[in-house]
Design a protein around this ligand. Sequence first.
Ligand code: TXA
Ligand code: MG
Length: 329
Amino acid sequence: MTDPLPAPPAPRIVGAGPAAIARAAACLRSGGLVAFPTETVYGLGADATDDRAVARVFAAKGRPRFNPLIVHTASGAAAERLAAFDDRAERLADGFWPGPLTLVLTRRPECPVSPLASAGLDTVAVRVPGHPVAQALLARTGIPVAAPSANRSGEVSPTTAAHVRDSLGDRVPMILAGGRCPVGLESTVVDLSGPTMRILRPGAITATAIAAVLGEPVAPPPPVAGTADAPASPGQLASHYAPRAQVRLDARQAEPGEALLTFGPDLRSGPMVLNLSETGDLAEAAANLFAHLRALDAGGPPSIAVVPIPDRGLGVAINDRLRRAAAPR
Ligand code: TXA
Ligand code: MG
């Protein structure tokens, strides 16, 4: 008789079937970390009410502690147990949840979310994601889940399970795979905690869509500004979403050795050329942006030249991420 083979190591990337979701939920409830897909990007989840679990998220990402996390719930009702919703928040939640919108609101006095997740602020960012895997996981855990994008701090966000593995390696014990994220850019973050509503981060829910639901104009997001030492607002570091290569914006063509990220009808092709959307579709471009930046970066070019992207609709969020990728490091 031969010795029994050792059990194979548990696969880190697992298809998000019911058994895997049950395991992931149990892992979260016992203080572990689980990466999971949302419609925007993959998140690195932890029990938001558990200080030590939240601390593990900051450690796994190498994220500065002053940058608070988004707390995800299965329903608007569950989010309302954490934060104070005023009339505008109610209307935005009704209009866009589940979906790619995050609301920064004042914490309720009895809010069970770890102060670490709020970076010590008296606010909490809440989101009800619409992705079926995220929905199933949140419903199964029944706890609020703190989840930043599942990448090392400063890298572009992951839109596939393989991106998560490449970025975090064995810092994340379990990755629920759910295909490519359909939106591809992080959620729109709206701050409703102060006297004037502000968009802190543009995303798929545009300022125009928000203004239409509220029936009032919305202040545009602040321009990309700040440095690593002095962020303009928490998490809004200028240099964020950065590939290894330098990024050169508003390029007409690539210089010798440069990679090229293009958009719309364009006959140029080659190993160092990728098109965000040949038909000029901004939603397709958003969904491809981070994967294309990663793919071009993998070729090791000194820089990536990016053609101009129209600054309307989803283009506003695409250009925000591109400006951060191009900002001085
Ligand atoms: O689409 C998304 O939002 C993804 C998925 C996983 O949900 N998550 C995500 O998380 O992008 P993260 O941590 O990469 O970005 C969260 C952003 C940061 O800019 C952070 O500063 C901001 O939300 N934020 C979180 N809590 C905040 C608060 N209390 N006040 C102001 N900004 C806050
Ligand atoms: Mg992030």
